[in-house]
Write a protein of this length. Structure first.
Length: 228
């Protein structure tokens, strides 16, 4: 099932920043999530969005570390993703369009596996499983372009034992939103956009990369003191 804000469809610059986007999503999600649902952010950009949701709804915040696999010559485009449990999912079509050969794919995947391991250690050291068996979860990122990173996150969280899975993103390509809706219980996307060209950043007035120090600071502020 897909939930959107029809008045925001196909618009750009609808959010001031990621925190504002999270506030919009929180209003969409209010009353639709089970008590104790875990808000799982995909770092780095998903963390400020998820923090605003968790704060507004009084839910626990954590991260599901997933990162896209990119060619060595362009870190902005991806042809795969690696999740916190080590699984890697590659898109053969995207890989072909980018001209990524077998060697580059192996090296790119290895780089991403190392990055994910480092992030898990930096952001979740000493913590337990991302979800307990049967836990409901809402997976959050700052946008949905191809949807491959989020789909990989969904697979990993489901295999970790999650029960009901909801995806919440401020903005998304209509094609990716539709595909993902077939894999989860609900997708909440405030700003759905159609057309062949899609950039997550276009939905925001203020857009910049989120560094890991900022991510750690946000998580420290929202996690219970005993879990730090």
């Amino acid at each position: 099932m897909i939930h959107e804000r029809p008045e925001l469809r196909n618009r750009i610059q609808v959010f001031r920043d990621r925190a504002h986007a999270g506030e919009v999503l929180a209003r969409m999600l209010e009353g639709r999530l089970a008590s104790g649902t875990r808000v799982l952010a995909i770092p780095a950009g998903g963390v400020p969005v998820a923090a605003a949701i968790a704060q507004a709804l009084g839910l626990p915040l954590d991260v599901a570390v997933v990162s896209k696999v990119t060619p060595s010559w362009n870190s902005e485009v991806g042809y795969g993703a690696v999740a916190f449990d080590g699984r890697a999912r590659l898109d053969a079509g995207a890989r072909a369009r980018l001209g990524v050969d077998d060697r580059e794919a192996r090296e790119g995947t290895a780089r991403t596996v190392a990055k994910v391991r480092r992030r898990v250690e930096a952001l979740r050291a000493g913590l337990g499983p991302v979800v307990a068996p049967g836990d409901p979860a809402v997976l959050v990122d700052d946008g949905l372009a191809s949807g491959l990173t989020m789909a990989t996150a969904v697979e990993a969280v489901r295999d970790a034992g999650a029960g009901r899975i909801v995806v919440a993103v401020p903005t998304g390509s209509a094609r990716a939103v539709q595909r993902l809706a077939e894999e989860v219980d609900e997708v909440h996307c405030a700003n759905v956009r159609t057309g062949w060209s899609f950039a997550v950043a276009d939905a925001y007035d203020r857009w910049s990369d989120v560094d890991e120090e900022t991510v750690r600071d946000i998580l420290d502020r929202h996690r219970p003191s005993g879990s730090r």
